[in-house]
Design a protein around this ligand. Structure first.
Ligand code: APR
Length: 235
């Protein structure tokens, strides 16, 4: 038994963090290419920096919810039973970690900043002024960028994640619209290799297929029950 979980913005919605494509979606008021693309960063770094500084600051005002905690509990149960458990998230918030999970962040992390000139990465949730860039302490570059994978940029470790999807026996997608690749392609790989595929989301994701077990509803309610069911299957 090898469990692979992929989460999206819906798992953090119940903690108060806006999703991207919901009615109050984060992208409202901002064209995606304006605030989440290398082009946007070059064209208007102040706008992009403000957008991310506000999201970074918001992390201090939210807590993990029951879905994050249930996933961390399932991870511990799998470790005790010697079952491989991997959590991959599209989210850039730190709520999985704060609930006790190890997560691979396909789209980067708000906690980290990166220097485009020398490659230095720093973990920082202290310098949050939306109007003040953070210079690179290593090379003196005037501003670090958010360590986020923007549209048009390569997702790190995507080959490795595809291999995890090939080998898993249970693939669980939680709170994702299934619209953005390569994340949205992982369930297709798992399905084609005969894994059990379980999808939990408020609305039907675009990549849902009839063979998937669909669990509609809010993650904070549906995920704890789902994790208990999976824990009961552990050998
Ligand atoms: N519980 C469960 N699911 C929820 C909840 C909730 N409380 N609220 C919303 N959802 C579901 C929605 O039905 C939707 O399917 O979460 C999903 C959110 O979809 P998106 O907003 O598109 O977020 P996500 O799928 O994570 O976006 C993928 O797109 O913009 C890029 O890089 C960004 O990582 C992001 C990627």
């Amino acid at each position: 038994m090898r469990i692979l979980v992929l989460t999206g913005a819906g798992v953090s919605a119940d903690s108060g963090l806006a999703t991207f494509r919901g009615v109050d979606g984060l992208w409202e008021g901002h064209a995606i290419e304006e605030v989440a693309s290398p082009h946007g960063w070059r064209r208007n770094p102040r706008l992009v920096w403000r957008f991310y500084q506000l999201r970074r600051a918001a992390l201090g005002g939210v807590e993990p919810n029951a879905a994050h905690r249930a996933l961390a509990e399932l991870e511990r149960a799998c470790a005790q039973h010697g079952v491989e458990f991997r959590l991959v998230t599209q989210n850039v918030d730190n709520l999985h970690e704060r609930a006790g999970s190890q997560a691979v962040h396909m789209h980067g992390e708000l906690e980290w900043l990166r220097c485009e000139r020398c490659g230095t990465r720093v973990r920082d949730l202290e310098r949050l002024d939306p109007e003040m860039f953070v210079p690179c302490a290593a090379c003196g570059a005037e501003r670090l960028r958010p360590d986020i994978v923007w549209f048009g940029e390569l997702v790190p470790r995507s080959e490795e994640l595809a291999q995890w999807a090939e080998k898993c026996t249970h693939f669980v997608a939680i709170g994702t619209s299934g619209l953005v690749y390569p994340a949205a392609g992982l369930i297709e790989i798992a399905r084609s290799e005969g894994a059990h595929t379980i999808v939990q989301s408020l609305d039907e994701p675009a990549n849902l297929r009839h063979v998937d077990a669909f669990r509609p509803g809010r993650a904070c309610e549906a995920v704890p029950a789902l994790c208990r069911e999976l824990a009961a299957l552990l050998p």
